[in-house]
Design a protein around this ligand. Structure first.
Ligand code: SF4
Ligand code: SF4
Length: 294
């Protein structure tokens, strides 16, 4: 069995306890307007165009049968709507300008990369975090990977939007040491408007997980003009305070680092705003949250 993986980030200290390898899996069922990882939306490899790497050798033009690549004013341009993701251009582009995102991995090829960091996991009480996209989209591959890593005594975290069927989540419970769950909005209609999926299942799944006593934490991406208002934050705090086993809850302020990625992929950015979160508000909310951090 193979899974498609966007990248493996080594030596991370932000995605669970200790030093970790983070496996970013490709594919997501949500389309959060503010997403800074749009390269994980599709569950298959795809092309991004890194314009500043192009040396205008025109090799890609020779192999692009769909005319997604064309020359205008002596420069190569990319029309993503004509691209069939055949990957031919990435094979001939030695500068790396036509960059393939995503590789198919077997469990063995994935482990080959992960095992390099086992000494760091052991020293720091770290391990492997599966992120995305939404890693549970590839739940069959993920299940087999985690079973294998557990057989090597590696600590496992999954970072998830928690909108999958409970039956899917449930089968992972014996294998996962800690869950990192994104809770974006409490107001269902707003959740659907901004992510294209309503939050009923997310909330139900969090409550079910809480009742099992498994280890998990919640994080809310704090997004300007979406959920950075007192009404929404108070609803979130109320929900979190009703839970018994949530070990941490944090607000992660929006950043604009993903904006260039939309351009590289030829995607329209649905949320190109430069507003920042009001630091005074953030401080107030963080103080209120202190009491719910267990
Ligand atoms: S092959 Fe790469 S470097 Fe050469 S023109 Fe195409 S994109 Fe630019
Ligand atoms: S991946 Fe897209 S741009 Fe590249 S050769 Fe194929 S169709 Fe053309």
């Amino acid at each position: 069995m193979k899974g498609v993986i966007t990248k493996i980030q080594r030596l991370s200290i932000h995605d669970g306890p200790g030093i970790r390898s983070v496996v970013f899996m490709k594919g997501c069922n949500m389309r959060c307007a503010w997403c800074h990882n749009p390269e994980t939306f599709l569950r298959k490899p795809e092309i991004e165009r890194l314009e500043n790497k192009c040396i205008q050798c025109l090799e890609c033009i020779k192999v692009c049968e769909t005319k997604a690549l064309f020359v205008n004013n002596g420069k190569v341009h990319f029309n993503a709507s004509k691209c069939t993701q055949c990957m031919e251009c990435s094979e001939v582009c030695y500068s790396g300008s036509m960059h393939k995102i995503g590789e198919y991995h077997t469990i063995e090829s994935l482990f080959k990369q992960i095992e390099l960091d086992i000494p760091f996991f052991v020293k720091s009480k770290g391990g492997v975090t599966f992120s995305g996209g939404e890693p549970l989209i590839q739940h069959q591959f993920l299940y087999e990977c985690i079973q294998y890593l557990r057989s090597k005594s590696i600590h496992i975290c999954i970072e998830s939007n928690f909108s999958m069927k409970w039956e899917t989540i449930e089968k992972f419970l014996p294998l996962v040491d800690h869950w990192l769950i994104d809770l974006k909005l409490m107001t269902s209609v707003e959740h659907k408007k901004w992510t294209l999926i309503d939050n009923d299942k997310v909330l139900q799944n969090i409550k079910k997980l809480d009742s099992t006593g498994n280890s998990y934490e919640l994080r809310t991406p704090l997004i300007p003009s979406v959920n950075d208002n007192d009404n929404e934050i108070q609803k979130l705090i109320q929900f979190v305070s009703s839970l018994d086993h949530c070990t941490n809850y944090q607000l992660n302020p929006y950043h604009t680092l993903g904006n260039q990625k939309y351009k590289n992929l030829g995607l329209e950015n649905p949320f190109e705003i430069e507003n920042e979160i009001n630091r005074a508000d953030l401080e107030t909310w963080n103080k209120q949250l202190q009491q719910y951090r267990k």
